[in-house]
Write a protein that binds this ligand. Structure first.
Ligand code: F6R
Length: 584
């Protein structure tokens, strides 16, 4: 969840580059931040409860330093405050940490340092300092540390005793070592280093990295490893706004490109190619994910059921981990995750694997933990997603899942998929602000629909609430009369969604019911339906049952975006959220 950026070079510009990197990593957590750097062989630390732009104002970025570590925080232990912000220093040791140390109490009993903050990280730092004082050998210290601590962590560490060396360790939290000819970057993800390099080493759990004159990567027994230097597919352009006011808007507008990426990778001349595996042997599918990733599955499930006749169930990863499972060898469990690092999804994957059940990951971030650990991985090829609210990755997940469903259904005429991008351009041309104006001052909002449209409601509602802070709920529209309709007041916005013609009349009746009770009813559809049951209508093009959801989702994303824009909210960094949820 937090962002780590460490750098070591001989150019004296480490501070400037760490700040630049933190700006790129801020989407991972942004309730406070800080930097520590070595200047004249002394460590200096500057922290703030604010954003990276506030940190920048506290620092002379021209101060010469060859080594610095920085952090953007998403608070777990201790409130968001300057004192709790990272880096933390005890004795010679200064660290930044992403993750949670579970046995921090036990560790605290072994240290005699007076702590300043409420964080597990400061305890960890004191513990590292204690170990180092005992052996004066950082590698041995880190190897011992790994056997003593429980939890998840990515750490970048500097030691005043070794002013030319940067250390890193990780367990279940991503940490990447990127390099070019002149410098090294220890980063949470490549977005922070992309301006300077696309070459990197993926660090595995329990590896220890030491960077001084060059890089040394060790296993937990301190054997030196030879690792492959990998090339990241993206460029620094991916993490720039390119003229858009927000990443969210940019990423919605990248959906046509992402759709092209998927179609050209998994299809050739409109037919499945060898990149799309065969899944014929499975009789049941379980989908597991969190938040939007689970809603993608709710929608795709209908395509699997209706076209491939496959029995499906969707699970929230945080529930799946702790419940009884009834899967068997005929079940494929599909783990859906943009980041590939979501702690609950990763743990659910490990449980499934240990039960001997086949697993498939649908992931965006190449080489992420879920991608590496699943039995099979299919990438959604969405490119870097920066806005905290997922948009293009959601669309890509749904498209890829739909293709898998059609493959299982034996449908091989996929020509209709090539119509999506033209249809999306029509959606992008709709004036969403006009509808957003009727919603943005309201306290509550509802999304109603049936069948596949109910899944769309869940996603539309989540998008709206997470970035506009309007209390929004999704309901299967048949449920309205069983309680929820009591919440409808004059002008309460109710978005009624219809793409399924078989259920249209039923949902229309439900929209009528809220309309009659004074709601502002916004009808969102791909079908040619008119009537006097709505106040406003958003009409997206109609292609077919399983493609229309992509067009509806784009309209829901743009509606939420425009509402948040009118409210003046921080769209790319909604309060309390973080992009990659690496803690339970
Ligand atoms: C909502 C959103 C989240 C994520 C969820 C899972 O806009 O982005 O609900 O979908 O946190 O994240 P991943 O897909 O990275 O596992």
């Amino acid at each position: 969840m937090c962002g780590i950026m460490g750098i070591i070079n001989k150019k004296g510009n480490a501070i400037k580059k760490v700040i630049e990197g933190l700006e790129k990593l801020e989407y991972r957590g942004y309730d406070s931040c800080g930097i520590a750097f070595l200047t004249a062989n002394k460590i200096e630390t500057i922290k703030t409860k604010g954003r990276v732009k506030d940190l920048k104002e506290l620092i002379d970025t021209d101060t010469k330093s060859n080594i610095a570590i920085g952090h953007t925080r998403w608070a777990t232990h201790g409130v968001a405050s300057t004192i709790n912000a990272h880096p933390h220093t005890v004795g010679d040791i200064t660290i930044v940490h992403n993750g949670i140390i579970e046995n921090y109490k036990e560790l605290s009993e072994n240290i005699d340092t007076k702590l300043l903050s409420e964080t597990d990280t400061e305890i960890l730092c004191a513990y590292i300092n204690k170990l180092y004082n005992e052996n004066h050998d950082m590698l041995k210290t880190l190897a011992k540390l790994k056997t003593d601590i429980k939890g998840s962590y990515a750490l970048a560490i500097i030691n005043e005793d070794e002013p030319d060396t940067l250390y890193g360790v990780r367990k279940n939290i991503p940490l990447i070592l990127a390099k070019n000819d002149n410098e090294y970057f220890l980063v949470s993800d490549m977005t922070a280093a992309l301006k300077y390099t696309n070459k990197f080493y993926l660090l595995e759990n329990d590896e220890i990295v030491k960077i001084s004159d060059k890089e040394y990567i060790y296993d937990s027994d301190l054997n030196l490893l030879k690792k492959e230097l990998l090339t990241f597919e993206g460029t620094s352009n991916d993490v720039m706004l390119k003229g858009y006011p927000h990443f969210m808007l940019k990423e919605i507008h990248e959906e046509p490109m992402v759709i092209n990426n998927i179609l050209s990778y998994y299809l050739t001349d409109g037919k499945f190619n060898e990149n799309m595996p065969e899944f014929k042997k499975y009789k049941n599918i379980y989908f597991v994910g969190c938040g939007s990733a689970s809603y993608t599955a709710d929608i795709a499930k209908k395509v699997f059921e209706n076209y491939a006749n496959i029995k499906c169930e969707v699970f929230l990863a945080s529930e799946f981990r702790y419940q009884k499972h009834f899967y068997d060898k005929d079940t494929l469990v599909v783990f859906i995750s943009q980041s590939g690092e979501t702690a609950d999804t990763l743990e659910a994957l490990r449980i499934t694997k240990s039960d001997g059940i086949d697993t498939l990951a649908i992931v965006n971030v190449v080489g992420s933990s879920i991608a590496r650990e699943a039995g099979k991985v299919l990438y959604i090829k969405a490119g870097t997603e920066i806005a905290v609210a997922t948009t293009k990755a959601f669309t890509a997940q749904y498209l890829l899942l739909t293709l898998i469903a059609l493959k299982m259904a034996g449908i091989n005429d996929l020509s209709k998929f090539y119509k999506i991008n033209e249809a999306l351009e029509t959606v992008f041309a709709i004036d969403f602000q006009k509808y957003a104006e009727k919603i943005y001052t309201k306290k509550d909002a509802f999304f109603i629909g049936r069948g596949i449209d109910y899944g769309l409601c869940e996603e539309g509602s989540l998008k709206l609430k997470e970035i506009s802070y309007i209390n929004s709920s999704a309901f299967a529209s048949g449920e309205l009369k069983h309680g929820t309709i009591s919440l409808i007041e004059k002008d309460t916005p109710v978005m009624g969604i219809i793409t399924d013609e078989n259920l249209a009349l039923k949902t229309i009746s439900n929209i009528k019911e809220v309309h009659a009770r004074g709601a502002y009813s916004l009808f969102i559809t791909s079908l040619d339906i008119d009537g006097d049951f709505y106040d406003d209508k958003i009409k997206v093009p109609h292609i077919n049952n399983y493609i229309d959801p992509i067009l509806i989702v784009a309209s829901l994303q743009l509606l939420a975006y425009n509402v948040a824009l009118l409210k003046g909210e921080d769209i790319d960094k909604p309060r309390n959220l973080a992009k990659s949820v690496t803690v339970e």
